[in-house]
Design a protein around this ligand. Structure first.
Ligand SMILES: C[S@@+](CC[C@H](N)C(=O)[O-])C[C@H]1O[C@@H](n2cnc3c(N)ncnc32)[C@H](O)[C@@H]1O
Length: 226
């Protein structure tokens, strides 16, 4: 599997002092690897707003299969399964995959930047995950998710709303990089990569505003049709 090794990234360094050739995404993954326990402690099961979003997904997918990217602690997967959908759990961080396996859920390592998504699935879901990608990697994921869904499959994901990007030590006490998106650029990227936007909601967060997206494969690109 082509998962990027993060062992050589020292997360004790401030990002500004890291060598230029360490990608921000690798630093972020190293931080999650080192502090997955701290993240778990601060990540409660989905509140009502996220539940409403997951309900929409479950309604569209029914008993179908959802590929979850960046499952983390795995709360969303448990909720979706309680609504009758099947979820394939993945994450690029060993500590999260181990946690999911220990809880009795099949799970595998998958770095969205480099690993094959497999498929076809009825939906791909990434809640609070793609916000850690550069814009180029994000656009690449839009295309690969399009090829991983069957027919008019679904892509659901959430991002932080805003301009540019930046580092935060919130929650983990270690650096994570975030890329912010605006509705207009996001809609253009989706439409250019074979996705028809079903809904794009602006959601108030505890600290920052979010974008909750549901998109449907438009049928004009090279996805797997069944
Ligand atoms: C903010 S957490 C969200 C976790 C979970 N989706 C949730 O909503 O509770 C971000 C997750 O994305 C994962 N992640 C970050 N970069 C990733 C990448 N390149 N490939 C796969 N997962 C990644 C992290 O390991 C972490 O589990």
């Amino acid at each position: 599997m082509g998962t990027v090794a993060v062992e050589n990234v020292s997360v004790s360094d401030e990002p500004g002092f890291l060598p230029d050739d360490v990608p921000a995404g690798d630093v972020t993954l190293a931080s999650y690897e080192a502090a997955a326990g701290a993240y778990l402690q601060q990540s409660p099961p989905p509140g009502l707003r996220v539940q409403a979003y997951l309900d929409q997904i479950a309604e569209l997918v029914g008993a179908g299969t959802v590929l979850e990217l960046g499952s983390g602690p795995g709360w969303d997967a448990v909720y979706l399964e309680s609504r009758g959908s099947r979820v394939v759990r993945t994450d690029a961080v060993n500590a999260f995959v181990d946690l999911l396996l220990a809880a009795g859920h099949p799970a595998r390592l998958l770095d969205v930047r480099v690993d094959d998504f497999g498929g076809p699935y009825d939906a791909v879901m990434a809640n609070a995950v793609l916000l850690h990608l550069s814009r180029d990697h994000f656009v690449d994921v839009l295309g690969r998710a399009r090829h991983a869904v069957a027919g008019h499959g679904l892509f659901s994901f959430t991002l932080k709303e805003g301009v540019g990007g930046g580092w935060s030590r919130a929650k983990l006490g270690l650096p994570r990089h975030f890329t912010y998106w605006r509705e207009r650029e996001l809609r253009s990227a989706l439409e250019a990569n074979g996705w028809q936007v079903l809904s794009l909601e602006h959601v108030t967060g505890r600290v920052e505003p979010w974008l909750y997206v549901l998109a449907r494969a438009d049928g004009n690109h090279g996805g797997i049709v069944r």
